[in-house]
Design a protein. Structure first.
Length: 370
């Protein structure tokens, strides 16, 4: 967007006696993407811009076209007309980016290469050190507010304990930035489902919302229990969200046109070591951390299985699916789905919420702290 402003592709334009501020012509932008090697051809350029439309980043100036058309039509970045949806997730992401930029540009930054258990980590800091810095820089008013900010950054995958074993605390525990906001990213990463490179293997990209199966020939769905009992479902490349209940062990995919044989079985027993109640999850000081996962479904679903009820838990996760790329793990408990509190619901109702919702799924899960 900024490069387009600099190149004067984004400017005020007049059409049918009306002036449209800060807009661009779709056909000119497609040319620009190819000229600046952001897209190898027009088809890819069109798909990239459609991706931005799907994620509410750009739109037609009059919202008369839901598709991006390679024509003399006017489109605009939502950031340029104030319609970009600043959800809680986006606000946390932008706050994390702002803090990261401020930290890396400082001469004596608290971000350093440090070692823990003979492993070196980049961009690390101590929890108490970060809190001191936030207060010193006027980013927060007190230590409690700093801890809340640190926890929000961790729950949204921006920072992380170096071995992913602790939530954020005002202590000498070592954390690092999980996202490198300064890594040079190309627009084509948005189409990584068609790339042979598993981009999501790198933690440095904020576009890692889905993950490819690294071996297309390996179509097994793995569900791993803690007791080494592993059962493989070879009939399905990826399950979406349907749970197992009683003798019904079929897996279903999101689109109704995709039907698989109802013979696949996968862990009829729960992966939980013991039953957990809502009261236990929500009690003060309980050893659980809440995380927010953003999962972009693909043509065959989201790649995980829900089981149980009140609370429901994650029974299985496809290691090559979108859910795994977003950080979902077995034994997590489902707290909310697209903003709807669901701890009191059974898996059928939660499945229905997901299946009837948008392709981009925002889930809050609760994970046990080791």
């Amino acid at each position: 967007r900024l490069r387009l402003h600099d190149g004067k592709l984004i400017k005020d334009r007049r059409y049918h006696l009306r002036t449209y501020p800060n807009c661009f012509v779709a056909k000119e932008l497609t040319d620009w993407l190819i000229d600046h090697k952001e897209a190898p051809d027009r088809e890819t350029g069109i798909r990239l811009m459609q991706k931005l439309m799907d994620h509410y980043i750009i739109h037609h100036v009059c919202d008369e076209h839901s598709d991006y058309k390679d024509a003399k039509l006017l489109y605009r970045f939502r950031k340029d007309d104030g319609t970009f949806p600043l959800s809680k997730d986006v606000k946390v992401f932008l706050r994390g980016q702002s803090l990261y930029e401020k930290l890396v540009s400082m001469e004596e930054s608290i971000l350093k290469v440090r070692e823990e258990n003979s492993v070196k980590y980049q961009r690390t800091f101590l929890g108490s050190e970060m809190i001191d810095w936030l207060i010193q820089e006027g980013e927060v008013e007190n230590r409690q507010e700093a801890v809340e900010l640190g926890r929000a950054l961790l729950e949204h995958g921006i920072i992380q304990h170096v071995s992913n074993r602790h939530h954020f605390f005002d202590s000498d525990i070592l954390y690092h930035f999980w996202i490198n906001f300064r890594r040079r990213r190309r627009l084509t990463e948005l189409l990584n489902e068609n790339s042979s490179r598993a981009l999501s293997e790198s933690p440095d990209s904020p576009f890692c919302l889905r993950k490819l199966n690294p071996d297309p020939g390996n179509t097994s769905f793995l569900s791993v229990q803690t007791n080494k009992e592993i059962k493989v479902v070879s009939a399905v490349r990826r399950s979406s969200i349907t749970s197992l209940s009683g003798n019904s062990n079929a897996y279903f995919s999101a689109p109704p046109t995709l039907v698989f044989p109802p013979v696949a079985e996968c862990n009829p027993k729960s992966v939980l070591k013991r039953p957990v109640t809502n009261e236990e999850l929500l009690s003060p000081g309980a050893p659980y951390v809440k995380k927010t996962l953003t999962i972009v479904g693909d043509a065959v679903g989201w790649g995980f299985v829900v089981r149980g009820g009140r609370p429901c838990h994650i029974q299985a996760v496809d290691p090559g699916g979108p859910a795994a790329a977003a950080g979902m793990k077995v034994c997590q408990f489902v707290f909310s789905v697209n903003g709807v509190y669901v701890l009191h619901l059974d898996y059928q109702t939660i499945s229905s919420l997901i299946m009837t919702g948008p392709r981009t799924l925002v889930m809050e899960v609760m994970e046990a702290i080791e």
